[in-house]
Design a protein around this ligand. Structure first.
Ligand SMILES: Cc1cc2nc3c(=O)[nH]c(=O)nc-3n(C[C@H](O)[C@H](O)[C@H](O)COP(=O)(O)OP(=O)(O)OC[C@H]3O[C@@H](n4cnc5c(N)ncnc54)[C@H](O)[C@@H]3O)c2cc1C
Length: 309
């Protein structure tokens, strides 16, 4: 069993960016990603100015800017007043709207160009940290195997197997409210819509490929302790109740709900096991903090771990 320098568990945006950052200092790094293929559904759309600055520092911001839509204001925590990014002292005084699946593709291309090894269809089921190395148990396409690493970084999302296996607690508060969202075709889309009133909050914005994202919450869903799966009919009714129209909604591509559970790992490092991104912290995605702060985690961790190695 060879010992890898660093194994990054999870090939989401945070794991991919961390791998590229480690490769900047020539650290051998392998990313183990459970999914054989990337999900076509994009949770995140909003890329913040600081993330663009970080991408620019590495000379890779151009393809993001070329494909994303620049929006000069954003909302923070769904407060009624939108934040104006234009006065910020940055070359990127806007948020960039780019589907997460595409962001991940661009990050993966960058990591691979830098020399990271990315293995898909490899699910980590256990980590055992010793004084000199960490042993991992992995379910791969050809069965279960064991491997070793000098350091393991869990970038494996909110349900992180690395965090659980390392025995790191994830205290916080469970969801007390639920929002709904759908990626749908709209025959009569609004020019750009954000409603925030007594009947609820609703935002509608275009995605590539003739699809719109419709996302919101209302007093009724806020009361639901744990709602079931969102149906297209329910989405249409809830949008109509807020906006007075369903905008000619049809052909749902993705329907989902998300809650405001808020948790943070009690430590980001336990010996040779580290955590970054959603594995380390989770919160309501209003305003788009998750991917953005996760990229900052990876930027911060990358050079430090490389320096230790
Ligand atoms: C509706 C919604 C909208 C959002 N909008 C925004 C937004 O606009 N802007 C923003 O910044 N954030 C947004 N977020 C949050 C953002 O999507 C996440 O914060 C971000 O994806 C976190 O990245 P990550 O790499 O830490 O984790 P993830 O993206 O969850 O990636 C984890 C990866 O690890 C893999 N994995 C899991 N377990 C294992 C295992 N045992 N072994 C190997 N691999 C494993 C998974 O398959 C996955 O690929 C939104 C979230 C939601 C739900």
């Amino acid at each position: 069993m060879d010992t890898e320098e660093v194994v990054v568990v999870g090939g989401g945006p945070v794991g991919l960016w961390l791998a590229a950052e480690l490769r900047l200092r020539d650290v051998p790094v392998t990313v183990l990603e459970a999914r054989p293929r990337r999900s076509p559904h994009s949770r995140a759309l909003t890329v913040h100015p600081r993330t663009l600055e970080v991408l620019d520092c590495r000379g890779v911001v151009e393809p993001f800017l070329a494909e994303g839509v620049r929006i000069p204001s954003g909302h923070f925590a769904a407060l009624p007043e939108r934040m104006d990014f234009r006065p910020l002292d940055t070359p990127f005084p806007f948020t960039l709207s780019l589907p997460q699946a595409r962001t991940e593709e661009l990050l993966e291309e960058h990591a691979v160009r830098r020399g990271a090894r990315i293995l898909r269809g490899h699910r980590v089921t256990g980590v055992e940290a010793g004084t000199d190395a960490v042993e991992l148990t992995v379910e791969g396409p050809d069965g279960t195997y064991r491997t070793r690493a000098a350091y393991v970084v869990g970038c494996d999302g909110t349900r992180s197997a690395v965090r659980e296996s390392a025995g790191v607690a994830f205290p916080g508060t469970p969801a007390t409210l639920w929002a709904w969202m759908g990626d749908v075709v709209l025959d009569a889309p609004p020019a750009g819509l954000a409603v925030n009133g007594p009947r609820g909050q609703l935002m509608v914005f275009p995605l590539p490929g003739g699809v719109h994202r419709v996302v919101g919450n209302d007093p009724d869903t806020l009361r639901q302790a744990r709602p079931g799966e969102l149906t297209f009919e329910e989405l249409r009714d809830r949008v109509t109740a807020i906006a007075g129209t369903d905008f000619g909604m049809r052909d749902p591509r993705w329907l989902s709900r998300f809650g405001n559970a808020t948790r943070q790992a009690e430590t980001y490092r336990q010996g040779r096991v580290l955590l970054a991104g959603d594995a380390a912290h989770m919160h309501f995605p209003a305003g788009g903090p998750g991917l953005n702060v996760g990229v900052q985690d990876a930027t911060n961790l990358g050079w430090k771990l490389a320096a230790v190695l």
